[in-house]
Design a protein around this ligand. Structure first.
Ligand code: PNS
Length: 160
């Protein structure tokens, strides 16, 4: 049984993330969406809230589990006996940020990182931009599932 961990802040989880999860499911038997507890300094949603929002999103995907990565990613991967880390790549900026992480995770944890190019139509979708749009009462329905849009507007005090 092959197992991949897709780590990230997911603050919040977007359709871009979902696209990468779907594609990872074609390569691995089990996919764990790993919510990094300490990745963002002041996240909009707590790690437990992010897990709940993602669980609702992937509830019809039996291959997918959602969990919190409490500390070092490589330690978590060793604990769950992951075969690989999966990351989505949108742009060359993503590549530049991801390359050293992949090298370090292999050096420290002896684990490979598999990069997946998502749907180009979603390449501009980023959690930070989604929050920015929601903060100023813009429409985020095209970027996140409805329950995440509701939660984001509620947390930021905005609405479409
Ligand atoms: O969605 P993000 O913020 O780009 O994800 C970054 C994340 C969470 C994947 C990265 O910060 C991470 O792996 N954090 C866990 C702690 C860790 O292992 N850091 C060393 C990475 S080389």
């Amino acid at each position: 049984m092959s197992l991949a961990v897709i780590p990230g802040s997911f603050d919040p989880f977007t359709y871009g993330h979902l696209d990468v999860v779907r594609r990872a499911c074609t390569l691995f038997d089990t996919v764990i969406v790993g919510v990094a507890k300490n990745s963002a300094k002041s996240p909009l949603f707590s790690a437990h809230e992010r897990v709940a929002l993602i669980e609702e999103t992937v509830s019809a995907m039996p291959q997918v589990r959602v969990d919190i990565v409490p500390g070092l990613l490589v330690e978590y991967c060793a604990k769950v006996q992951a075969n690989a880390i999966v990351k989505g790549i949108r742009t060359s900026t993503d590549f530049d940020a991801e390359a050293p992480m992949a090298a370090l995770n292999r050096r420290v944890g002896n684990i490979e990182t598999v990069f997946i190019f998502g749907d180009p139509a979603l390449s501009y979708v980023a959690s930070s931009l989604v929050k920015d749009i929601a903060r100023y009462h813009g429409d985020i329905q095209a970027f996140v599932p409805p329950h995440i849009a509701r939660a984001t507007y509620a947390r930021l005090g905005g609405e479409s």
